[in-house]
Design a protein around this ligand. Structure first.
Ligand code: AMP
Ligand code: ZN
Length: 461
């Protein structure tokens, strides 16, 4: 039985899908810049959830949004649109910016073996639906108009704050000095913003030219593609207090009932124990890691080693260790790949059970990696290899690329080389006794000779 931790209840719960096909909505990237490794950790997490569901035999319908409008500099309603800032800086249109960073994002996730959700939905393709959604909220009395936009009235929504468990007074106390005095409550958030003339992205609406708030896109697209009640909604932990709280308010206000059964959040990646941020110059992209000699899948392995609800501290030592471990795994697996021997079914079943128990216990991938490592210590067997490939449907580590360990290059001293050459000559002259004698001498000195058609090679014993 699959158990998933639900942020809303703060408990691991038995997973019981609403219908035959599991529905999952994942908050996607704001495409104004390259995704950094912290962002990508969150998508690896999303991918693992999807893979475990599939492994358990569920069919999936997943939606991921691409935010190409409306995400302002703060998660609240302040500052400029992130897309507009990037567009100005690079002297391109926001659409060109979005297209470029979206395509890099898809390349990144492909390199990390992150499967694309079934539906990818761009915010700018859903403007009319968002407007209709906002209109419906206004009609129901949850939205009100000010001089700069349409706001959600959180005072009308009883459950506000239930996901983050922040009480409203604390939120107000922590809020910055209120600039928008027309708001009824400091935590009221924008559903729609009226656009000043110079604003690059704007659309006609019942409230004049404007653009959608950031949160409304997820409520709108989740409802459009997945219906009124979905199984899983995922995102990073930073979304809990504002973005997802606001999504809940919008969606439940419209439906009059719960709209998400399980809220799942991936913990943050830190760098050298601290926050990852552009200004500190410690955000890396997959391309940068590759330039430094780290493979994308070594980074995936690095992510897999820590449970998704734990903070993951990124260091280059840690990544290096992950790359070494991942290569060792591929090497160890190779011995099984080339084996023709079999393993007893009871033994295989035991590993399968251990692996399944681990991944079904709130996606405990680190524990499941432990099962693989134990299993690889078995005598080489084609069955172990086949089972590892079965497990790889969850792990996504391309274990079918198992390869032999690269031989360590050794410096051979001249005297050893001279004996080895002499032996090779003796061998060519079919002087087997001499050849064997010299082989023994080399062995005594700690070297193993291997012959092939092209010549010989030496290995340290
Ligand atoms: P954004 O493109 O800024 O909307 O963020 C994309 C995703 O990355 C969101 O789900 C965030 O919660 C997540 N995210 C941002 N920073 C980090 C981080 N340091 N570690 C893990 N996830 C992050
Ligand atoms: Zn969202």
């Amino acid at each position: 039985m699959l158990k998933l931790y639900n942020t809303l209840s703060r408990e691991k719960e038995d997973f019981q899908p609403v219908g035959k096909v599991v529905t999952m909505y994942s908050c996607g990237p704001t495409v104004y810049n390259y995704a950094h490794i912290g962002n990508l950790r969150t998508y690896v997490f999303m991918d693992l959830v999807r893979r475990v569901l599939r492994y358990d035999g569920y069919k999936l319908k997943g939606v991921m949004n691409i935010t190409d409008v409306g995400h302002l500099l703060s998660d609240g309603d302040d500052g400029e649109d992130k897309m507009a800032i990037a567009a100005k800086k690079q002297q391109k249109s926001p659409y060109e910016i979005a297209e470029y960073y979206t395509s890099v994002f898809f390349k990144d996730i492909e390199a990390l073996n992150i499967g694309k959700p079934e539906i990818i939905a761009k915010a700018t393709d859903h403007i009319n639906e968002m407007i209709a959604y906002v209109e419906a909220l206004v009609e129901k009395g949850y939205g009100y108009e000010t001089s700069d936009g349409i706001y959600f009235d959180i005072g009308k929504f009883e459950g506000y704050g239930k996901l983050s468990r922040l009480n409203l007074d604390d939120q107000i106390a922590g809020a910055r000095v209120e600039v928008n005095s027309e708001k009824r409550h400091p935590a009221d958030f924008a559903l729609w913003k009226k656009a000043p003339k110079e604003h690059i992205m704007q659309w006609p609406s019942p409230w004049g030219m404007g653009y959608p708030g950031w949160h409304i896109e997820c409520s709108t697209m989740s409802r459009k593609y997945l219906g009124s009640l979905i199984d899983i909604h995922s995102g990073g932990v930073d979304h809990i207090p504002v973005h997802h709280e606001n999504e809940i308010a919008q969606s439940e206000a419209l439906e009059g009932s719960k709209t998400v059964n399980t809220w799942m959040h991936g913990e943050f990646m830190l760098v050298d124990g601290g926050k990852m941020s552009k200004s500190l110059g410690n955000t890396y992209t997959i391309a940068q890691l590759e330039e430094m000699g780290y493979s994308p899948l070594a980074f995936r392995y690095f992510c897999l080693n820590t449970h998704y609800r734990k903070k993951l501290n990124f260091t280059f030592e840690g990544l290096k260790a992950a790359q070494v471990a991942y290569t060792r795994m591929l090497n160890a697996l190779y011995e099984h790949k080339i084996s023709t021997a079999a393993t007893a079914p009871e033994i295989l079943d035991k590993y399968r059970k251990d692996f399944t128990d681990a991944v079904n216990d709130d996606i405990n991938i680190p524990l499941s990696l432990g099962v693989i490592w134990t299993m690889l210590k078995e005598n080489p067997s084609k069955d172990i290899y086949a089972l590892a490939l079965e497990f790889d449907k969850v792990l996504g580590l391309s274990l079918n690329k198992a390869k032999p360990a690269e031989k360590e290059k050794i410096e051979v001293p001249d005297d050893i080389k001279a004996i080895a050459d002499e032996r090779w000559q003796a061998r060519l002259a079919k002087n087997w006794a001499e050849s064997d004698r010299l082989r023994d001498i080399l062995a005594e000195k700690g070297y193993l000779v291997k012959d092939s058609k092209e010549g010989y090679s030496l290995e340290k014993k």
